[in-house]
Ligand binder design. Structure first.
Ligand SMILES: [Fe+2]
Ligand SMILES: [Fe+2]
Length: 376
């Protein structure tokens, strides 16, 4: 029989997938499937809905607003903090699981947004491993930089792999912007720090040596200029790794020039800011700007001891015996009014949706149910 000259998309996809699994020394296909099977068994035993990833919060209608904004959805994955695979393969498996989750969405999302901190210590091997895994996504990838990706070589390898860290584009009536919000003042030169010392300092949340994250005056000028072509009616979605507001300085859950960035955004009728970095359910609203945090695939941070935004529906603390509890990924569903439903697809709990009506009513309508598990 003659060999097929052209391979189907599925065949190519499965071949690439096989190569990827084989190339990951510590993680073969069998052990990954074993992990998935255990996760399925645990979820079923605890009465969770399955599959609980990517359950649409509302039915997408093909309607369009007068400004041209359409309903569509995009998926997100964030904060995988990959180590070299011989040091830690759990985080690698978590990112692989996210890619499988997103690839199983039907229909596929318009794009997948990655929220930063792909690497743990910005090392070439970590970033290359992440890029290799993310290549397996079927939908187009948009990616943002996190501080863990940046401070070993000041973004050199990340930019070689992923391109511009600051960018904007239009999609179905929305204007999207990706910012680099993790710019710190130089605390390393005077101290004569080596690149890895600088990286380790930034990776420590509350060491008191590093400066706070900023967007910086140069980028704020770029943002002003980028937005000058758009009317106030244009729905705007901005991505920043750190929250573009001031939550808790000691953990760098904070952007030092947040108010200046907010001042640039506030003329728009509908603004959504989506951030990574905080690894937890987090919702805030300042004026007309709605803020949503992303889940991490690696670990959930505890909530800050002060400064918590009132709109936040806190998730209960993770089960310490389950390394995937409190982790997950999710999706964003846009509405024609420019606001979004934010779906948190937690791997070991039912999904939680923060609807646009919840944030637009300042929490008076459609309040999500409180977590149904005890805190640990
Ligand atoms: Fe992170
Ligand atoms: Fe971060």
């Amino acid at each position: 029989m003659r060999k097929a000259k052209h391979k189907s998309v599925e065949t190519r996809h499965m071949e690439e997938r096989r190569e990827l699994y084989e190339s990951l020394k510590n993680i073969d296909r069998r052990s990954f499937l074993k992990v998935s099977a255990v996760a399925l068994g645990t979820a079923m035993a605890s009465g969770l809905a399955w599959p609980h990833s990517f359950q649409p919060a509302s039915v997408l209608s093909p309607s369009t607003s007068s400004q041209g904004a359409e309903s569509f959805r995009f998926a997100y994955i964030s904060d995988s903090h990959l180590y070299k695979k011989d040091l830690n393969d759990r985080f690698v498996r978590a990112l692989l699981r996210s890619v499988d989750d997103v690839n199983s969405m039907d229909p596929q999302p318009d794009f997948v947004f990655y929220g930063g901190d792909l690497a743990q210590l910005g090392q070439v091997e970590e970033l290359e491993l992440g890029a290799q895994i993310l290549k397996d996504l079927k939908a187009p990838l948009k990616i943002m930089v996190g501080e863990h990706d940046w401070y070993l070589d000041m973004g050199e390898k990340w930019q070689e792999l992923f391109g511009e860290p600051i960018q904007s584009w239009d999609h179905k009536g929305f204007h999207f912007v990706i910012l680099n919000s993790v710019i710190e003042k130089d605390f390393w030169t005077e101290r004569g720090m080596k690149p890895m010392e600088r990286m380790m300092t930034v990776a420590g949340l509350d060491n008191g040596m590093q400066s706070s994250f900023t967007v910086g005056s140069e980028q704020r000028e770029w943002l002003k200029n980028d937005l000058s072509k758009y009317s106030n009616d244009t729905p705007l979605i901005v991505f920043s790794h750190s929250p573009l507001y001031k939550l808790y300085k000691f953990w760098n859950f904070w952007t030092d020039d947040a108010e200046e960035v907010q001042a640039i955004l506030k003329r728009f009728k509908s603004v959504v800011v989506i951030h990574g970095h905080t690894h937890q359910l987090l919702t805030n609203r300042i004026g007309n700007i709605h803020f949503h945090g992303l889940l991490s695939t690696a670990w959930p941070w505890p909530y800050a001891p002060e400064g918590m935004p009132e709109l936040t529906i806190e998730m209960s603390r993770p089960d310490p015996f389950n390394p995937n509890d409190g982790c997950g990924n999710g999706e964003v569903i846009t509405h024609t009014d420019g606001l979004i439903d934010k779906v948190y697809s937690l791997w070991n709990r039912n999904p939680i949706t923060i609807s646009s009506t919840y944030t637009s009513s300042w929490g008076k309508r459609d309040r999500p149910p409180m977590p149904n598990r005890p805190s640990y």
